[in-house]
Design a protein around this ligand. Structure first.
Ligand code: HEM
Length: 494
């Protein structure tokens, strides 16, 4: 290579760096009344964040850089938002801000026909069938199933078990909520593992969820590498095949049954039944069997990790706040709910304090720390220039803990806030299920599962911190959600 070529490349390199610096790292070049958002250096952010888990990291960034922070990852600008007015702008302009490619890309590796992998018209077609399936009236019949599963869990884990200090309740919460969602999704009973087939499906289901959770986080590696890794992941491929055979045969049976017009009562309708039903009623927007498989698998993935993490945090907080546990039990007694009485839907609806505790767990615990949107055209927010392609992380956890929006100290776990001063927080200050057109479709089901599980647990057991006998210090493990690292609680049967 001649000296001249080296000099030319050198000049080109310097010009590119200068252009990059001027474009992203200065406030100059603004048009008219608008201003540019200056990007922060990745190194500085890295030093601020250190090895913190995701929700701690975005909280730290807010403390250091303020409610709006931007940084460059290559040519992509990432903007972290911790303000309700900006959040409102983004979530109410769905023609400008949509789900990001970062999200759809990762999920499409796993379940290409699931809502989280889709955009535009395809998403609309799927959403038109999926949303009615998750309506409150459709999910209420699952109440009995949830109670049965939680009772079975209490009997096996606590009643017939001599262990008094439980160190594995995070895993156990995951098992129980997988069981619940499998019963709801396709009437499959994990507790009935008497056959080889049963054991294989159980294993396949767990393996698939486990691999899927890891692959859902592979944002940093190129798509083709992720695809190759997934293709070569023998465990995932084998589990996917077992699950696909099983679920596809249920879908086929269901299609046949509905074709022959044999109807089930609401009590026995699984999500698959409801989807096939909706698909056959709405000929123009029906889903193929493969798309149905992807939707069911995606709902299980999106639904089980989130609710089980929330339940784990509930158990942890109860061990730390005995006075709150006492108040829950007092409310249950007031409505005649003890370890010997059964829980009904009507009684559950009357429990106001349990509602507050459920809401406070979802506010305080790091379940979904943020949601992601991407600008699909240029825009201006509060005078700030937004470019097509900018990616936004709306930091739910920061909004939940921002003292500008909460009257009672948001850093404290206080369920009563939802009875009093914080009964109606400003719009978007509280959004555990996201917001706008891509809000969580499973929120009614999640609330039903959580409130029922919390009530049934509190009817039958008391949770205590074992003090120095075991490590119950909390901490965090980051997967798709973030759950307690050190949880060891004493359980007393009531
Ligand atoms: C405590 C429990 C749950 C929490 C905290 C939670 C939270 C969320 C959040 C934050 C989003 C993204 C929303 C947005 O981008 O605005 C989401 C999306 C979603 N959730 Fe949930 N979720 C929970 C339970 C469930 C359950 C039980 C199901 C179904 C069985 C479910 C299915 C979904 C689906 C399919 C989406 C994607 C919707 C779309 O992109 O159109 N979630 N969830």
């Amino acid at each position: 290579m001649s000296i001249l070529t080296i000099i030319l490349f050198g000049i080109l390199f310097v010009i590119t760096i200068y252009w990059f610096y001027k474009r992203y790292y200065t406030n100059n070049n603004s048009k008219g009344n608008t201003r540019k958002l200056k990007s922060q250096w990745l190194l500085g952010i890295g030093l601020t964040v250190g090895r913190k888990v995701f929700h701690e990291a975005i909280y730290c960034m807010k403390e250091k850089y303020g409610d709006i922070l931007s940084f460059q990852v290559g040519f992509r600008r990432i903007i972290i938002i911790s303000r309700i007015d900006y959040t409102e702008h983004i979530l109410s302009h769905r023609h400008i801000y949509d789900i990001s490619d970062i999200t759809t890309r990762n999920f499409s590796l796993l379940f290409p026909g699931g809502l989280l992998s889709l955009k535009g018209e395809t998403w609309k077609r799927h959403a038109r069938l999926m949303l009615p399936v998750f309506r409150r009236s459709k999910i209420l019949p699952y109440f009995e199933t949830i109670v049965e599963c939680i009772d079975d869990f209490i009997d096996k884990q606590f009643l017939n078990n001599k262990i008094k200090i439980h160190k594995d309740l995070v895993i156990k919460c995951q098992h129980i909520l997988l069981t619940v969602i499998a019963r709801i999704a396709f009437n499959y009973d994990f507790s009935n593992l008497s056959t080889n087939d049963g054991i294989n499906i159980h294993q396949a289901f767990n393996n698939m969820i486990d691999c899927a959770s890891r692959f859902a986080l592979m944002t940093a590696i190129p798509l083709w590498v992720a695809k190759l890794m997934l293709k070569l992941n023998f465990k995932f491929q084998k589990s996917l095949n077992i699950m696909k055979n099983h679920v596809m045969s249920i879908i086929n049976d269901e299609q046949k049954r509905q074709h022959e017009q044999i109807y089930l009562s609401d009590q026995r309708k699984s999500l698959i039944t409801l989807l096939v039903e909706a698909s056959q009623n709405e000929a123009k927007i029906s889903l193929s069997s493969n798309e149905m498989f992807d939707e069911i698998s995606m709902s299980i993935l999106a639904g089980f990790e989130t609710t089980s993490t929330a339940l784990s945090w509930f158990i942890f907080y109860m061990s730390k706040y005995p006075n709150i546990q006492c108040k829950i039990k007092n409310e249950l007694k007031q409505y005649g709910l003890t370890s010997n009485t059964s829980l009904t839907q009507e009684k559950l609806d009357q429990l106001i304090y349990v509602d507050c505790v459920t809401k406070e767990v979802l506010r305080f615990a790091p379940i979904a720390a943020g949601i992601v949107r991407e600008a699909i055209s240029d825009d201006i927010i509060d005078g700030i220039e937004i470019n097509k392609g900018d990616v936004f992380l709306i930091a739910i956890q920061n909004l939940h803990k921002n003292s500008n929006y909460w009257k009672i100290d948001p850093e404290q776990f206080i369920p009563e806030r939802f009875l009093n001063e914080d009964r109606n927080p400003p719009r978007y200050a509280y959004m555990p299920f996201g917001g706008g057109h891509r809000t969580c479709i499973g929120q009614d089901l999640a609330l039903l599962e959580l409130k029922t599980a919390i009530t049934r647990l509190m009817q039958r057991i008391t949770i205590e911190d074992p003090g120095k006998e075991a490590n119950n210090s909390g901490g965090f493990i980051q997967r798709v959600t973030c759950y307690p690292k050190h949880m060891a609680v004493r359980v007393i049967i009531d």
